[in-house]
Each structure stands twice: as structure tokens, then as C-alpha cells.
Design a protein around this ligand. Structure first.
Ligand SMILES: CC(=O)N[C@H]1[C@@H](OP(=O)(O)OP(=O)(O)OC[C@H]2O[C@@H](n3ccc(=O)[nH]c3=O)[C@H](O)[C@@H]2O)O[C@H](CO)[C@@H](O)[C@@H]1O
Ligand SMILES: C=C(OP(=O)(O)O)C(=O)O
Length: 429
């Protein structure tokens, strides 16, 4: 099992290119199932999650070709014919979003059998809203031995679906199914995360009819077939926010390029309040911080977009561990997303967690220690803390981090961080 070793104390100076968004790329990849024409995704991140999903798509007969293009990394998906509509547990358990192949398989072929999903263990994470949406569109669904079997022999039909609360995955899943349904689907209380807009715009480029982009009501008029398209994956706002926080933690000046500052204003507003200098640029932002000046503690509450992203909560908590004063961090999206708190405490952080709230009392400094990554974003919070911890911090279970951060050691290392990967034996996780 690989681990990451960090020697804290170096300032960060330089430039970090932001990759394409994992949480968009994996939904765009699922869209390739909907057409027999080639779908070319550019600005593609190369991550464990995109690799897993690529394997799953190949299992259905989708040709997946990774290559370097004019715009950097790209992947061509082509499914002239689907040879299977079965998604086995071993591939789906690795990442939650692989469950989103169910709707497209059903929409294209009228049947699919997909394992219930895995993903980060940050809460119970049921898929009831996904299944309710597909049922409303006419799918017959059975749950058996950990698998969802769905059929819609006459095709899916448009429906009016009002989600009881906002779900990113269920909105995307319903959207992916509705584009080929017979008639009009209206999704109310739809999620508005930028990755949904990215998916909708790509589907439109493939010939789908979708109105209400970036609002909480999406109206989709089904079409009988979709064509191929070339689509550039939106920048990863979570990766961008994470490196902004890393730079703020370590101090120095880092320019984030190939990103979009407008997607993370809920984070950067709080960083500015804490005393970090943020300068938006045409393709990202510059983060400046004088490490001899202590930051001020600031509160944060996770919310649906455009609120403060739950996927940045752990990394923000890391920044607050050494800020002056007390920061109250409220997690409203997932019921079990503070597993990084005891790990940060190993480095000397003073954090009390009670139900959905963490109180972080800033300490003067952290000390390196062995810590364990518990989930994807938690892993990054430990790396961020390690950047200032005195001595050596070793982060174990790095496979979590590899799901969502591309070439992390290289990107931070290029700015002067002392971050190395120690190769371990491959393990089954
Ligand atoms: C691959 C991907 O894009 N993952 C993101 C996606 O996850 P994901 O799509 O899983 O998140 P959701 O927005 O669906 O989850 C929000 C809440 O709804 C609950 N829920 C969801 C579906 C359902 O059928 N029933 C139900 O109860 C979940 O348990 C959670 O408490 O959005 C989250 C919220 O921004 C992010 O943290 C994840 O990084
Ligand atoms: C929670 C995440 O991923 P997943 O939904 O795939 O578990 C994430 O990207 O932070």
C-alpha cells in the first residue's frame, strides 16, 4: 500500500495547473453509453476513478481510448453496440458514481443489472432517489442480492419528478435517463452543482433538449437518439480549492491555472476573511499568504452549490487547525464526514466533534506523525496539515487520495513542498 511522506515547513511558490473535474468526468463518461457515435472528452483527469469507470464501460462493450491531444489528455469513448448491461459488484463498489450507468443502460437498451454502489464512507448514502426517479420514468425495478435489476422494454417515458431534497447524483442520473425518454421530463429541486451544468451542456452538444440549465428546474424533452460530440471537462473546483488551501496553509504565493475562480467563491470568501490574499485571474487565481502572520479562525457551514462545498470541508478544517481562535464547522450534507478530525488531532490539532458540528480551536503549530487517510477529501486535509507540521508526516491508505487528485506530489512538489510517495505493495481495498 502506497503512503505519502511530507516534511513540513516549506513555503509554496509557483504555479499549479488544475485538472478536469473528477465529478464531472465520471458522469460524462456514463453519457457515452447513450450513443453509438464517438464521444471525445478532452481535459480528462487520469485518476483511479476514471480508470475504474473505464474498465466498467469496457465491460459493456464501450471502446475506451486514452491519448494525448491538442488540449492535453483526452479519452475517446465509442459504443457502436452494447455487448453487456451487467455491472458487477467488484467494479461498482470502488466508486459510487459507477451506479449512474444504470439509467443510460436502461435508456439505450431497456434493461440493466447494476450492483448497489460503494464510494467514500462518509454517510449511509442510499440510492432511493435515483430509483424513485427511474421508476417514475416507467422502469420496473427489483432489488436482489445487492443488485438492482431494471427493465423498461418499451423505453423510458417522460415524468414530472420533484426530489424531496437536493441530490447531485440523483439529478445527474435522472438527466442521463431522461434525454432518451419518450416525452418531457421535469426535474424539480434539481441540484445546481457546476458538474451538472457541464453534463447537461455536453448532452446538448450530443443533441439532447434540456432547458433550465444551472437552475433547480430542468426540463428535458426526450429525443430518439443522440450523436457523438467533443467536450472539454470543466475544471475541478475541489482540486482547485484544495491547492488554494494548501498554499494558504504553507504560505508563499501560488498561481492556480486552468481553473475557474467563480466556482469556489464560497471558499475564497472565507479564506479572505481568515487573512489570505486571493486574486482572481482569467484562468484561475493567485493565493498569497505571509506565513509569519497568523490567520484568523472563521466558521464554515457546508451547503448545496453555490454554498460551501462539503468536498472542501476537511481541507478547510486543516487550515483552521493553526488559525487564531475558534472555528465552528457545520457539516450539513453527509452525516459521517468528520473522520479526518481524529487524524488531524494526531498532528496536534484541537478539535471537538459533536453530531454534525466540529469546533476547531487553533493551535500554534502541528507536529508530524503517522496518520491514516479515511476518505478522498480527508486524505488531502492530512496532506495540507502535513505541509506545516514540524518533522515528518506519513499519510497511509493513499488509494483514497488517488481516486480524485491527479499527480498530487508532482503538483505540490513543483511549488517547493517536500512531499514524496513511498511505493508499497498493491492491496485489495
Ligand atoms: C461522484 C460525485 O459527484 N460525488 C459527489 C456527489 O455525491 P452524491 O451524488 O452521492 O451526493 P448527493 O448530493 O446525492 O447526496 C446528498 C445527500 O443526499 C443523500 N441521498 C442521496 C441520494 C439518494 O438517493 N438518497 C439520499 O438520501 C446522501 O446520503 C447525502 O446525505 O455530491 C456530493 C455533494 O455535493 C459530493 O460530496 C460528492 O463528491
Ligand atoms: C465523496 C466523493 O466521491 P464519491 O461520491 O465518489 O464517494 C468526493 O468526490 O469527494
Amino acid at each position: 500500500m502506497d503512503s505519502i511522506v511530507i516534511h513540513g515547513g516549506n513555503r509554496l511558490n509557483g504555479s499549479i495547473p488544475v485538472s478536469g473535474a473528477k465529478n464531472s468526468a465520471i458522469k460524462l463518461m456514463a453519457a457515452s453509453i447513450l450513443t453509438d457515435q464517438p464521444l471525445l472528452l478532452t481535459n480528462m483527469p487520469r485518476l483511479a476513478d476514471t480508470r475504474f469507470l473505464g474498465q466498467l464501460l469496457r465491460q459493456f462493450g464501450v471502446e475506451v481510448t486514452e491519448r494525448d491531444g491538442a488540449d492535453g489528455q483526452e479519452t475517446l469513448f465509442h459504443a457502436p453496440e452494447l455487448t453487456s448491461t451487467f455491472a458487477p459488484y467488484d467494479l461498482v463498489r470502488q466508486m459510487r458514481a459507477s451506479f449512474n450507468v444504470l439509467g443510460p443502460l436502461l435508456a439505450r437498451t431497456g434493461h440493466a443489472k447494476v450492483s448497489l454502489p460503494g464510494g467514500c464512507t462518509i454517510g449511509a448514502r442510499p440510492v432511493d432517489l435515483h430509483l424513485q426517479a427511474l421508476t417514475a420514468m416507467g422502469a420496473a425495478i427489483e432489488l436482489e442480492e445487492g443488485y438492482v435489476s431494471a427493465t423498461a422494454p418499451k423505453g423510458l417515458r417522460g415524468a414530472e419528478i420533484e426530489f424531496p431534497f437536493v441530490s447531485v447524483g440523483a439529478t445527474e442520473h435522472a438527466l442521463l435517463a431522461a434525454v432518451l425518454a419518450n416525452g418531457t421530463t421535469v426535474l424539480k429541486r434539481a441540484a445546481r452543482e457546476p458538474e451538472i451544468g457541464d453534463l447537461a451542456r455536453c448532452l446538448i452538444a450530443m443533441g439532447a433538449k434540456i432547458e433550465g440549465l444551472d437552475t433547480d428546474v430542468l426540463t428535458i424533452t426526450g429525443v430518439s437518439s443522440l450523436s457523438g460530440a467533443t467536450w472539454s471537462v470543466i475544471p475541478d473546483r475541489i482540486e482547485m480549492g484544495s491547492y488554494a488551501l494548501a498554499a494558504a496553509m504553507a504560505g508563499g504565493e501560488v498561481r492556480l491555472t486552468k481553473g475557474r475562480a467563480d466556482l469556489i467563491t464560497a471558499l475564497t470568501d472565507r479564506m479572505v476573511e481568515a487573512g489570505v490574499e486571493i486574486e482572481p485571474t482569467d484562468d484561475g487565481l493567485i493565493v498569497r499568504r505571509d506565513p509569519t502572520q497568523r490567520l484568523k479562525a472563521v466558521d464554515a457551514t457546508t451547503e448545496i452549490y453555490p454554498g460551501f462545498a462539503t468536498d472542501l470541508q476537511a481541507q478547510f478544517m486543516a487550515l483552521m487547525t493553526t488559525a487564531e481562535g475558534e472555528s465552528v464547522i457545520q457539516e450539513n450534507i453527509f452525516e459521517n464526514r468528520f473522520m479526518h478530525a481524529p487524524e488531524l488531532a494526531r498532528l496536534g490539532a484541537d478539535i471537538t466533534v459533536h453530531a454534525g458540528q466540529a469546533v476547531v480551536r487553533g493551535v500554534e503549530g502541528l507536529k508530524g506523525a503517522p496518520v491514516m487517510a479515511t476518505d478522498l477529501r480527508a486524505s488531502m486535509s492530512l496532506v495540507i496539515a502535513g505541509l506545516v507540521a514540524e518533522g515528518e508526516t506519513t499519510v497511509g491508505r493513499v488509494y483514497h487520495l488517488d481516486r480524485g487528485f491527479e499527480r498530487m506530489e508532482e503538483k505540490l512538489g513543483a511549488c517547493g513542498a517536500d512531499v514524496r510517495r513511498i511505493k508499497g505493495e498493491d492491496d485489495e481495498h
